[in-house]
Design a protein around this ligand. Structure first.
Ligand SMILES: [Zn+2]
Length: 473
């Protein structure tokens, strides 16, 4: 298998010609610290655990793009998820402070498990104890902190050129669902489990990279996307996980003012656990190893970066109504009881708790479909950034990339709000954790892929017609 995906020679010739006129692209990048106060409960598990220290700070990382007067922003947060409410508030502040339309801002989360919980109206967060007040206080400050990073990036807009490459790193990410000898599909079955037959789904080893620099070749920012679940650290210290070491490693080469913006690709059924490697994989050393290897893949491909084709910056988004997962109303009383006791010890109790939260959240919607946003930002004919609103099974991302008319499509999951796990249709009858947890019905993920591909195709057609306004919203 090739180590990287070079673009065809004809495309290189065209893009080289285009690069000569790409002076009107402007890029600005910035990071803002968003570390919560100590004591805030950490996210990602089904029991409360207060933070006791800071290993490394959490950040909001922003890249603002401007082309022919159109501006858009890419934002990545070192947080477990995004909530629709703070995304909307941040967008309003950004629009008021910078003039960048709120709808042109893509806000995604890295899914750091060693960051704060982000309480919302869900059944799971309703049970949060004393730490909930700290988390709520923190949540109230987030929109301003996010806006600050975009504002700073906007202030730093300067002439820039973009180049891109797709790297390949299959050694850090694994499908965590497995066909087991008893005929079931297992979830995180454990290292060296003799009952494992084979993974029940693929991985996505692609490492799409976009590098922005000044015309004098001074680095501004690097966008890196990779599909792996960020639960590498554990413990009670706040940490950004892998992006911390990735950023530090790239800064050694590209300078400390250079901004690294990492986003999580479609990794709803992936994680970092190699079941064939007996060594435990948890803690800062594991996050550091992952970040260094990923930085190595980015830097190894530096000579393979090719100028991105010149062309308009376009933004488009749509709201998709997703059907709710079916629930049995007879389960509601039992679900309330299970949530009250809150026992997540042992696989059986844990799965009952997961199911109980799902039943209560779906019931609370009283049949109202889940309204979610799919957003697309494109630069020229080569680069496309897509937002999807949850933890997306990897097959959906692979399908989206295959159907995309753009050469390099980058999907940020947990973006512009999240509805939790979104499995592909094939996974639903297989059951287990993510499927039990999913609030949306089978087919929802495919609807999101269809919506994204439709937007990408509309933009690609518009690119062929220069009279079409860049902002197609
Ligand atoms: Zn997780």
């Amino acid at each position: 298998m090739k180590a990287s995906t070079p673009w065809p020679a004809a495309a290189l010739l065209l893009t080289s010609l285009a690069a000569a006129t790409a002076g009107d692209l402007r890029i600005g990048a910035a990071t803002t610290k968003i570390t919560p106060p100590l004591g805030v409960p950490l996210a990602g598990y089904y029991h409360e655990r207060g933070s006791e220290g800071v290993n490394d700070d959490l950040h909001s990382r922003a890249i603002v793009l401007e082309k022919d007067g159109v501006r858009a922003a890419l934002v990545s947060l070192d947080l477990i998820s995004t909530r629709r409410a703070f995304v909307e508030q941040a967008r309003q502040l950004i629009e008021a402070q910078t003039g960048i339309p709120g709808g042109h801002v893509m806000i995604s989360a890295t899914h750091a498990h060693t960051g704060p919980i982000l309480p919302d109206a869900s059944a799971r967060d309703a049970g949060v104890g004393e730490g909930g007040a700290i988390a709520n206080g923190y949540l109230a400050t987030l929109p301003e902190l996010i806006a600050r990073s975009v504002n700073l990036a906007n202030d730093r807009l300067q002439p820039a050129q973009a180049s891109a490459v797709i790297g390949h790193e299959p050694s850090l990410t694994f499908n965590r669902r497995f066909h087991m000898k008893d005929g079931s599909v297992g979830w995180n079955p454990g290292k060296l489990n003799p009952d494992i037959i084979q993974p029940a789904g693929p991985i996505d080893p692609a490492v799409p990279v976009v590098f922005f620099e000044t015309p004098k070749q001074e680095p501004i920012a690097t966008y890196v996307n990779y599909a792996v679940h960020l639960d590498n650290v554990g413990g009670l210290q706040i940490s950004a996980d892998l992006p911390h070491t990735l950023t530090d490693s790239l800064a050694k080469v590209l300078g400390k003012d250079h901004v690294t913006l990492w986003t999580a690709g479609t990794c709803g059924d992936l994680n970092h656990v190699n079941v064939n490697w007996p060594r435990p994989q948890k803690g800062q050393e594991n996050a550091a190893r992952m970040g260094i290897v990923l930085a190595g893949e980015v830097l190894r491909n530096w000579p393979n970066l090719e100028p991105a084709a010149d062309g308009p910056l376009r933004v488009r988004s749509t709201i998709v109504s997703l059907p709710l997962a079916p629930i049995d109303e007879q389960d509601i009383e039992q679900a309330r009881f299970i949530v009250r006791t809150g026992n997540d010890r042992g696989r059986e109790n844990f799965m009952k708790l997961v199911k109980a939260y799902q039943v209560l959240d779906v019931y609370a919607r009283q049949g109202k479909p889940l309204e979610v946003e799919v957003q697309v930002i494109t630069l020229g004919d080569d680069l496309a950034w897509v937002s999807l609103p949850g933890e997306i099974f990897v097959q959906l991302g692979l399908d989206l990339k295959l159907d995309s008319p753009f050469r390099q499509t980058m999907i940020a999951e947990l973006a512009n709000g999240s509805i939790g796990y979104i499995p592909n249709r094939r996974a639903y009858p297989q059951g287990n954790y993510e499927v039990v947890s999913a609030r949306c019905a089978a087919g929802s993920g495919e609807m999101l892929v269809e919506a994204a591909v439709r937007l990408l195709k509309e933009i690609r057609i518009a690119n062929e017609n220069p009279t079409v306004k860049a902002d197609l919203n």
